[in-house]
Design a protein around this ligand. Structure first.
Ligand code: TRP
Ligand code: ZN
Length: 897
């Protein structure tokens, strides 16, 4: 148990940053690995930081047993200040000195999965953000960069593979059937990038030669039975190496690059130098066990961690307030990587739409709720709570806007200058923005840099109000753009942001008009204007007839766009916009408008909220000869319940759910013939390959099958349920099999239970597949309150294990965070369940508990009786005396006004 909870919660403030009083130049670590009691000998060479006034050395530690401290080989005086080890009488002057610390820890008792822990008999570490202090006493902060030598000693039979960062320089046998391995990392690093792995593992290996002619060994380590699920991760890794060299000129700087998979992991993956540690979910895949989504996620997470090698590891963060320096930039890079792997523009657009959907359904609510914080926060209690969609996804949008403002080549120049200036350093978000601006003198970014950086300092999602005016006589079209941003906790007044707005104007035939901004030179297609004041007008000249505006193309800025387009205009954009993002967006706006109308209407929910024009437009997209299946699937997917909720001031989750279900059901019936057509046209895809084209076809097939099963549920016709069950049984890959199973479950058909039982039987040995099985049931549409009892039963299932984060997420998060229609119950039972689980999980894994705690972030928007019941549930959690700082920070902020 973290003893953090013994002390009062301390607020860490960005403005209090001070450089370290000591530097640690080298670290020599020796581990005697034993699950019950691991011995750690830490020999460091330190020196005083000449720029800081002489003071005591204060080393961070957590849950360690201290056995010995030696300075320059001799005894010394030290004291404990809480968990901090304080050394006051260290040698004076600038000379380096040796500090040796001997501690022990208990990896098998480490349930938090931070520091050194055991997962299925194998040792793993997780040190970001502040886990290294759970391994040894250290200056556990990212601006202290040291050279590491690591010796691992362990039983030869139980731990045949011994890995750490860098290069293996020595290995051999020891007495008592033990052996050792010695690793030297050639690169200096902050301690959060330290890693070790020891256990029974096997590796897929690949030798590659980089552009410069250097040889590298790539390895993917997994448990012995999982070798047949490593090919895709290895392919993704090779593609990542090639891409970073080609797009940014950044080569692999290591002889050996390893990925290791573990089933017990709090997050997705970790970029430890040369030894990435991954959640199995983002490594293991073959066509029989993983879906297209899994394949795509693996590609982007493998890319993400690999790209950190430069953006995060070679240049790291000065302090944790700068987290987005590495995370926002690296998410941007992994998004670009996935897009660049798409051969055609339509597939790129699909990726962009998916990324924006995540931003709008997860980050916008965060930005409007009690945990809202700037991309570079000003304070925190627990840094683990700030690994958020704001730091990651909004941070990536901020980097993307920089690229938009300086152009793709300009951005590459910016990256080059960033590495020229800061390679090997621990720096700030300011340093990055400055480098991109300085590499592009004369650009809008360089002109507006101080103002642009408000994206880092101000929280909240800006709203842009757009109004168009056509003047037939002057032959002009004037677009007036105005921006506002609501207050967020601790920030009441917001100054204007720098907002790049990409604009197109469509003529009556749906073609892009050439654009002359203020009579300037013609731009074909899209013109990006920069809104930097509260209100600005942009005049396009030479316009002969009233155009239809396409504003914020490609989602050129992370803002809410308010523009009152008529249905006719939106239908025009949906039919013709050359910008696929806005084409999709037009469909979403049309659907949203209808959803909001039905939600706001008096009386019982209208069972047919859609009009003929909307249905016809959806049919036209579905049947369109030139559009991709993947794009069609996105257009025909209705806005998520959480996204609809964000558009309302008062949220009745049950009504939102009922309206969205009615809309979906209406589409199922009204397009019945079209769904049959879509199913038949796209169902056969040959041998499985996770490429964008066949992925899109499978997605559309799955959607069609769900729609056909939904219609069958209402009309009692057994044909399509039978076909779905048959496809479920005969499917040649997990995507098709799982989509067929989902169709039966979502439609609530009697065959669903048979299929679920069969699926469980087929995959009882496959943990990641069982996670899907659990998640599908916990996330299924609620019918008369049936999901919560089902969830409680799932928790009692022999395959359920609360300690495994993936399994806990598959049931509890799928219910509390991803199934609003089932979670928000008028009897408050969903909230009671939530509070029980937050408290139960917090007792052994605060990081996971704190994420669950955020499921009720938006409680203040809820209608009664939900609002009062939610507040009560949060208060019940907050009243617990021995909460972790993680959960305490979340519930305290949630209850604050
Ligand atoms: N840096 C990791 C990333 O790539 C995030 C991460 C992995 C993490 N494990 C963690 C953060 C544990 C905090 C705690 O995004
Ligand atoms: Zn990352």
């Amino acid at each position: 148990m973290s003893s953090l909870r013994e002390g009062p919660a301390i607020v860490v403030r960005r403005e209090d940053y001070a450089p370290p009083a000591f530097w640690i130049d080298t670290v020599d670590l020796a581990f005697d690995l034993d699950p019950a009691k691991t011995r750690v000998l830490n020999r460091m060479r330190l020196r005083r930081n000449p720029d800081v006034a002489p003071q005591a050395l204060r080393l961070d530690g957590e849950d360690l047993n201290l056995a010995r401290v030696l300075v320059n080989g001799g005894g010394c005086s030290f004291r404990m200040d809480g968990q901090t080890l304080v050394l006051e009488n260290l040698p004076e002057g600038a000379e380096p000195f040796d500090l040796e610390i001997f501690t022990t820890c208990a990896p098998e008792k480490n349930t938090q999965l931070m520091g050194l822990y055991v997962s299925q008999g194998t040792f793993f570490t997780q040190c970001e953000a502040e886990g290294f202090r759970r391994i040894t006493y250290f200056l556990d902060r990212p601006d202290v960069m040291a050279s590491y030598t690591v010796t691992l000693r362990a039983d030869k039979d139980r731990y045949p593979v011994l890995l750490s960062n860098g290069n293996l320089v020595d290995s051999g046998n020891l007495p008592d059937n033990r052996h050792f391995a010695k690793w030297v990392d050639p690169h200096k690093k902050p301690c959060y990038l330290f890693a070790l792995v020891a256990g029974k593992l096997v590796a897929r290996e690949q030798r590659i030669v980089s552009r410069s002619g250097k040889e590298h060994l790539l390895q993917v380590y997994v448990r012995p039975g999982d070798m047949d699920k490593t090919e895709h991760a290895m392919n993704s890794l090779m593609a990542s190496v090639v891409w970073d060299e080609a797009r940014f000129g950044l080569p692999l700087d290591l002889e050996r690059f390893m990925i290791v998979a573990t089933a017990d992991f709090n997050m997705g993956a970790m970029e430890n130098k040369g030894l990435n540690i991954f959640n199995t979910k983002y490594v293991l895949a073959n066509s029989a066990t993983a879906t297209d989504t899994d394949f795509a996620n693996i590609e982007s997470v493998v890319g993400h961690e690999y790209f950190h090698n430069w953006t995060g590891n070679r240049i790291t963060c000065r302090d944790w307030f700068q987290l987005s320096l590495k995370e926002g930039l690296t998410v941007f890079r992994d998004q670009e990587f996935s897009m660049d792997l798409c051969a055609d523009p339509s597939a790129r657009a699909v990726k962009r739409i998916e990324d924006v959907r995540v931003l709008r359904t997860a980050q916008f609510p965060e930005d409007a709720g009690p945990m809202a914080h700037p991309v570079r926060p000003d304070s925190y209690v627990e840094i683990n709570n700030f690994y958020t969609v704001t730091i990651y996804e909004k941070g990536a949008e901020v980097v993307r806007m920089m690229q938009t403002l300086v152009g793709r080549d300009g951005f590459r120049k910016g990256m080059e200058l960033y590495f020229q200036r800061h390679d090997g350093q621990a720096v700030t978000c300011d340093d990055f923005a400055q480098a991109v601006a300085d590499a592009n003198p004369g650009s809008e970014l360089s002109r507006l840099l101080p103002q642009f950086k408000r994206w880092y300092s101000q929280a909240g999602t800006p709203r842009v109000q757009a109004t168009g005016r056509f003047d037939a006589e002057a032959r002009t079209y004037t677009l007036e753009l105005a921006q506002t941003c609501d207050p967020t906790p601790g920030q009441s007044d917001k100054a204007p942001f720098v907002i790049p707005v990409a604009i197109g104007l469509l003529d009556a035939q749906g073609r892009d008009l050439p654009l002359h901004l203020d009579g300037g030179p013609a731009v074909a297609g899209t013109q990006t204007v920069v809104l930097s004041e509260a209100c600005q007008s942009f005049v396009f000249t030479g316009i002969d007839a009233e155009p239809v505006p396409s504003v914020l193309r490609g989602f050129s800025a992370p803002v809410v766009l308010d523009m009152n387009l008529s249905d006719a205009e939106l239908l025009h954009l949906l039919a013709h916009d050359s910008d696929p993002f806005n084409r999709w967006e037009a469909g979403q706006r049309l659907a949203l408008r209808r959803a909001l109308h039905a939600i706001r209407a008096e009386g019982p929910v209208h069972q047919e909220p859609l009009d003929e024009a909307f249905v016809a437009a959806m049919r036209a997209v579905l049947r369109h000869p030139a559009l991709d299946a993947a794009f069609k699937e996105l257009v025909l997917t209705l806005p998520a319940e959480t996204y609809i909720a964000e558009q309302l001031d008062i949220v009745d989750p049950q009504r939102i759910h009922a309206v969205r279900e009615a809309m979906r059901s209406q589409l199922a019936h009204a397009l019945h013939e079209d769904w049959i057509w879509a199913y038949e046209q796209h169902r056969d895809n040959g041998a499985y390959r996770p490429d964008p084209v066949s992925t899109g076809r499978r997605a559309l097939t799955g959607m069609a099958l769900t729609m056909l099963c939904l219609a069958a549920r209402d009309n009692g016709n057994p044909v399509w349920p039978g076909k779905a069950y048959q496809r479920f049984k005969d499917a040649g890959n997990m995507t098709d099999r799982f989509n067929a199973l989902s169709a039966l479950v979502i439609a609530g058909l009697p065959l669903a239970s048979e299929a679920l039982a069969r699926f469980h039987g087929m995959f009882r040995q496959e943990a990641l597949v069982l996670d899907k099985w659990f998640a599908l049931q916990a996330g299924a549409p609620d019918r008369g309150g049936n999901i919560l009892p089902a969830v409680r039963q799932l928790l009692a299932h022999p395959d359920f294990n609360l300690r495994n984060p993936n399994r806990a997420r598959s049931v509890i998060f799928s219910y509390c965070s991803a199934n609003p229609g089932a979670f928000h119950r008028a009897d408050a039972a969903g909230y009671v369940f939530w509070s029980e689980k937050v408290i139960e999980i917090d007792a052994f894994n605060p990081q996971v508990a704190a994420r669950l705690a955020r499921a009720l972030d938006r409680w203040k928007k809820l209608a009664e009786p939900y609002r009062s019941a939610a507040r009560e549930a949060i208060a019940r959690v907050a009243a617990k005396p021995d909460l972790s700082n993680d959960v305490r920070e979340v519930v305290t902020r949630s209850l604050a006004d």
